[in-house]
Design a protein around this ligand. Structure first.
Ligand code: PLP
Length: 509
């Protein structure tokens, strides 16, 4: 029996005489493993360098924080309805558009993920050519699968020093747009690591070629509120921009917004898509947190972001002084028109290549020995996100911990992952044989992962974080790709896939 009610099983157990087994099962069900783990995590009071930006509620309105459960309501006359807003939700959306400087904005309760899928379903049709930055988030790929558009990948600027990809250069975009008729260009602004390309110039190129500019701005909800941050895409001619309000600023997880220019992306098309994508039971606390984050940004955003930038600048300065550590900074940018034009300084990208240790091993030490939780780590870097919710004491702890770890030298095994493999993959993606949609819906079979080279992937396989797929549905698998994924998995990186252990993979028959 896979599912039981205690009463029924009790009778059943006494009939079969298997009371001991029944009691053991009941004991197991007295546990709540996720709740217990979360509770233990919270009680450790870690120095938080991950999103959401409110960092355990530090920046939330006190009444709101105390009443989050009470705000778990339904679509009622007083609360308004997300799918057809005519009351406070409509007014809150109007204020969001005004605050961010967009023509029209929509609240999202399923993160930028829902926003990216909505943009795809509003802007793209099966067969449309869309130029997509290859280091796109998996939600962009979900949009491609659902819309049936044909991606043509744009190779991002590769940073040898930090072993990571940034944005798309103007020259690259110009060249690729002239190759074939194109419906849209889909860019990241910024990358997960905070780097941006020259979005104003890229937008001008899109306008010149009459193509839509869609922007995954998940990490940019704060850009419009401080002049030292990169320029926001929503004020630079994009047809649509999604932003996760839970990253950096004070939204709850899943809080996000979609800004559109209805002259390019008609309101009715967007609303139609939203009906397909968003839940009919939205959490009102998520929506209220967007409303409050908007108010906070408009009233106090400059000061709060100034403080956040001062914290992260102090951290960058002090961490740079640690032997073996190199910090990604605005000084590394490669100039106008390049794929690395500027940096969101609230992101601390800590280069540890010269320490001879794998970033993931360092994160384990930070977590276990120092009570510090970064956002993510790769072979040669660690990412810490400084947000409105961080304090001077968080920065002190991070600097002390990394000083001590760096002083220990090569205490853990060096990385088994060569970031050059990722560079080569981004520059020369595997052959796209079918569109992501055709591959996803084609007859498929499940085969051993290590014998899949040469087959066409029927799924995306994504190390998470940062959530950038290594192989897309429709691409031909190669030995390089399977080796890279296996190395990432062996290094402890969680893998989003039909089989997260990578014993098997779904391929087209
Ligand atoms: C670049 C990028 N786009 C989209 C998303 C999806 O955002 P969300 O988690 O709000 O759905 C993420 C999430 O980390 C991201 O990094």
């Amino acid at each position: 029996m896979s599912c039981f009610s205690p009463k029924y099983t009790s009778r059943d157990a006494s009939q079969t005489g298997n009371a001991l087994e029944y009691q053991e099962r009941l004991d197991t069900h007295a546990e709540a493993p996720l709740f217990t783990s979360l509770r233990q995590f919270v009680s450790r009071h870690q120095a938080p360098f991950y999103s959401p930006g409110h960092k355990g509620g530090r920046t939330l309105d006190p009444w709101f924080r105390a009443n989050i459960a009470a705000l778990d309501l339904n679509n009622l006359p007083d609360t308004d309805t997300l799918h057809c807003p005519i009351g406070p939700i409509a007014e809150a959306e109007r204020l969001i558009a005004d605050a961010w400087g967009a023509a029209q904005s929509f609240m999202l309760v399923q993160g930028s993920t829902a926003g990216n899928i909505t943009m795809a379903l509003s802007a793209l049709r099966p067969g449309d050519r869309v130029l997509v930055q290859r280091n796109a988030h998996k939600s962009v790929i979900a949009g491609l699968i659902q819309s049936g558009a044909t991606p043509d990948w744009l190779a991002p600027y590769w940073d040898e020093t930090f072993g990571m990809a940034h944005g798309i250069s103007v020259a690259t975009l110009e060249a690729r747009l002239s190759e074939a008729p194109t419906r849209a260009v889909w860019l990241l602004h910024p990358t997960y690591y905070g780097s941006v390309a020259d979005i104003a110039a890229l937008s001008a190129v899109c306008r010149k070629h009459s193509v839509l500019l869609l922007v995954d701005g998940a990490h940019s909800p704060h850009f419009g509120f401080h002049p030292d941050l990169p320029v926001p895409a929503e004020r630079n001619g994009a047809a649509g921009v999604v932003q996760s309000v839970h990253k950096i600023i004070s939204g709850l997880s899943q809080a996000a917004v979609l800004h559109i220019d209805p002259m390019q992306l008609p309101t009715e098309s967007v609303r139609r898509a939203l009906q397909l994508v968003q839940t009919t039971s939205p959490h009102f606390a998520i929506m209220a947190s967007i409303d409050l984050a908007r108010r906070e940004m408009v009233l106090d955003g400059y000061d709060l972001l100034q403080r956040t930038l001062e914290l992260s600048r102090r951290a960058r300065r002090e961490l740079s002084a640690i032997p073996g550590i190199t910090m990604l900074g605005p000084e590394h940018a490669a100039g106008p028109g390049s794929g690395f034009y500027g940096l969101d300084e609230t992101k601390l990208l800590i280069g540890i290549g010269q320490l001879g240790m794998d970033g993931r091993e360092i994160v384990k030490l930070l977590n276990r020995d120092y009570g510090i939780q970064p956002e993510l780590a790769g072979a040669e870097h660690i990412l810490c996100i400084v947000t409105l919710g961080n304090t001077e004491s968080d920065i002190d702890r991070l600097v002390v911990a990394l000083t001590q770890i760096a002083a220990q030298g090569r205490i853990e095994r060096p990385s088994a992952i060569d970031s050059g493999m990722i560079r080569d993959l981004l520059a020369h993606p595997p052959e796209l044989v079918l569109t992501p949609r055709d591959a996803y819906f084609a007859p498929d079979e499940t085969v051993p992962f290590d014998q899949s080279s040469g087959r066409i992937a029927a799924e995306a396989i994504t190390p998470y974080p940062p959530g950038i797929p290594i192989i897309m549905p429709g691409e031909r698998l190669t030995r390089d790709v399977t080796s890279l994924l296996r190395a990432l998995q062996n290094s402890g990186t969680p893998i989003s896939a039909s089989d997260p252990q990578l014993h098997t993979i779904k391929v087209v028959q």
